[in-house]
Design a protein around this ligand. Sequence first.
Ligand SMILES: Cc1cc2nc3c(=O)[nH]c(=O)nc-3n(C[C@H](O)[C@H](O)[C@H](O)COP(=O)(O)OP(=O)(O)OC[C@H]3O[C@@H](n4cnc5c(N)ncnc54)[C@H](O)[C@@H]3O)c2cc1C
Length: 557
Amino acid sequence: MTESDLPVVQLTPGRWGDPAQTVEVPEAALAALKHLGVRRRGVVEGKEEPGAPDASAGAAEPGAARAVKPGSAREVKPGSAREVEPGSARAVERLAELLGSEWVSVDGDVRWAHTRGYSTPDLLRFRAGDTTGMPAAVVFPGSHEDVLAVLAACSELGVAVVPYAGGTSVVGGLAPDGEFVAVDLRRLDQVGELDEISRTVRLGAGLRGTAAEAALKPMGYTLGHFPQSYEGASIGGYAATRSSGQSSAGYGRFDQMVVGMTVATPRGTVELGRAPMSAAGPDLRQLWLGSEGALGIITSVVVRIRPRPAERFFEGWRFGSFAQGLDAIRRLAQDGPLPTVLRLSDEAETAVNLADPEVLGGASGVQAIVGFEGTATAVRRAAVAEVLADAGGEPLGEEAGETWRKGRYRAPYLRDPLLDEGALVETLETAGFWSKLPELKAAVTDALVKSLGDQGTPPLVLCHVSHVYETGASLYFTVVCAQAEDPVAQWRQAKTAASTAIGAAGGTITHHHGVGTDHRDAYAAEIGPLAIESLQAVKRVVDPENILSPGILLPEA
Ligand SMILES: Cc1cc2nc3c(=O)[nH]c(=O)nc-3n(C[C@H](O)[C@H](O)[C@H](O)COP(=O)(O)OP(=O)(O)OC[C@H]3O[C@@H](n4cnc5c(N)ncnc54)[C@H](O)[C@@H]3O)c2cc1C
């Protein structure tokens, strides 16, 4: 089974993944959680705490503190907890005239399903019935012209809009400051004509990643873009956040795949990408890629595609330490050859993720995953093996690689059951130059350990590298600890400490999750006031009434 065989599923709001699949926390993990002091909320030594929220209660009134029965999140009905404001009510009327009333919804369930995204704080707020970040209405435009009409009308009425693609943002990218209308792009799901000679195709912004692969498969092509949110995210979201998938070493980041795009703004259309490369001024595609809705709504992109791989081979390698493994993958990134997937776990992640310690031959150390797709994989494999062995690596064989490949989308499914168990689980990512990477990793780990330790919830911090470049790489951290009384505030404190450490150690605030509202201040500090003012100036031109995702990506001018 490959990615293009995965079904297009409707995610359950507030709970990750295909609702048809259930995941249970392994017994060994439950035992390990106890060492971190994790216990189900409201349970003291096997007894329910008096007055504790009933974890099996299911739907509750919005705003009321309650836990949601696993799998029941879909039933939560916040109804009209927040009445639609008069400004938005006028917009709803106008938008219904423009699109037809069936494409404009103020239904409580629909608005609730478009409330925030899938970060851990988002899931916790969802469980608590917190309606902040809930849109006043949701519109479903069916064409680029519809989007232009929506933006023009909202601009005239001064009503904020936020584009919604797959809804998998983990950085607060769907919850702007104040009242807003969500623009759900799911009807923009066209697969345009294939240019087989240039190997490009136009894809609608609302097309899900899984649907894009399913459409390209019979034509013999693939995008090769497989983020861990692949089951939920859409083409427009990939472009708007400069997403990076697990095969980035072979296929590149999503922003490297986009060769053209059509953008709707309140002032009209921007069409970019007349040629693959150009010296005609700055590359404005890069201005809209990563703009997270603040500069317009991308309605379609033209992407580079590749032939579906004839062969696939994944294997594991062992290194004595993370430092040794880092040196090995740097050699591949700098001098080649590069495999399609290149991933290195640190000691902690290797220990936790390997169900079978025998995979490492009973030895300690760290595991790397190396994957090859395409043709003549045996030749590339042999050349990569030579470099890795020379750097001190030992091959672990195909089973370790296949285990990772088959389980690559499973990890996020564990987060909700872990939250049910009373654990706080969240991830964060950064990137830096090779020379700074060890220092960056240590600084972020120390900051998380100190912040959460000081709060009485010592964490386990796991880290891996999964995106490499000639000059540096990304670092991806997973944090697990016991939930404190207010887990949202608990994580906010830890995340602030980690963000400060990233800034001080010379890393970027995000390698692929984007900025949203969560990283807005750190992003402003990272690029400086003049760069922020330059972006705000562009925003004023395309969005004079400041209706596009206010407060997302950019601070208000
Ligand atoms: C479990 C999990 C795993 C993840 N793994 C990865 C990973 O491996 N790699 C990775 O890169 N990311 C990952 N993410 C983050 C997220 O999936 C990506 O940011 C993804 O690109 C978002 O796509 P989406 O379609 O869900 O966008 P949405 O969440 O709908 O939108 C994201 C942002 O872009 C804006 N936006 C959406 N569509 C448009 C448009 N057409 N025009 C302009 N602005 C728009 C939105 O307003 C929002 O600010 C993960 C998230 C989760 C929950």
